[in-house]
Design a protein around this ligand. Sequence first.
Ligand code: MTE
Ligand code: MO
Length: 301
Amino acid sequence: MALRWRNDLRESDITPEPVFLDRRQVVAGAAAGMALTAATGRPAWAEALEPNTWEEITTYNNYYEFGTDKGDPARYAHMLTTSPWTVKIDGMVERPGDYAFEDIMKKMTVEERIYRLRCVERWAMVVPWSGFELADLLDLAGVRSSARYVAFQTAYRPEEMPGVKFPVVEWPYVEGLRLDEAMHPLTIMATGLYGKDMPSQNGAPLRVVVPWKYGYKSIKSVVRITLTDSQPPTTWNKYSAREYGFYSNVNPNVDHPRWSQKYETRVGGGLFAKKERTRMFNGYEEEVAHLYEGMDLEKYH
Ligand SMILES: Nc1nc2c(c(=O)[nH]1)N[C@H]1C(S)=C(S)[C@@H](COP(=O)(O)O)O[C@H]1N2
Ligand SMILES: [Mo]
């Protein structure tokens, strides 16, 4: 059964080979408590979203390893060798090792996910990613019961990354999630967009996408995933803990110390772009709010 939970706008334009969620994922989604919209049978997050264009998504980027201008990644990321690529999975797992990207791809179910992306800088986009659930990759390695967090690391290659000679942040870029956030069905390893392989500037060959958090949590070009029992350090938190918390959930009610987070502007709107209200958890509240029940979201920002 080809069950589409995705945006049905211009689907044929998005990918030449549409990919569908399979039964297993429907069941997994339901089991995780995803709210289905009664009228459409789709989960709330699959509401109609008009994606940004390929051009917008691939020329307006943050990937500081290639420079801090929005156009730098598109200019320089071609220098990154993305094949062969291995991801080291280690720490509290049953099967630690170096996993070749092609071998991972043979085992994973790739599907399309149209998600909002909200940068902490207040710009936003809608991106038709393709990828697989991070939970499936973690299952491949076998998470030990002692694990509580997942740490991620981006490649660090001075000869291929012109930006890393500047100590803008500490390299390599690192990120982390609590294990339940990492296992949530909305959290994916994205391997493409618009049905094509991931462009380097967007984090080829695979990057995390966690749509209810500020964009910097969605770490690019992942080379290492480590399961741990303590909260791992994260790049922007090391830079300024006051400004960038470990959680970094999109939250219009908790301002950045230097600016309000109540509004955002969609990339591509040109001169007439108007501010839109930022939504709690970037619009994924029904799916993820339960993860933070009883937590002070200001303290754990
Ligand atoms: N390794 C790495 N990952 C990164 C970044 C970065 O500079 N380096 N920037 C982050 C930020 S701030 C954002 S908003 C998103 C942007 O993703 P995009 O360029 O695909 O839109 O990537 C995130 N992942
Ligand atoms: Mo960002």
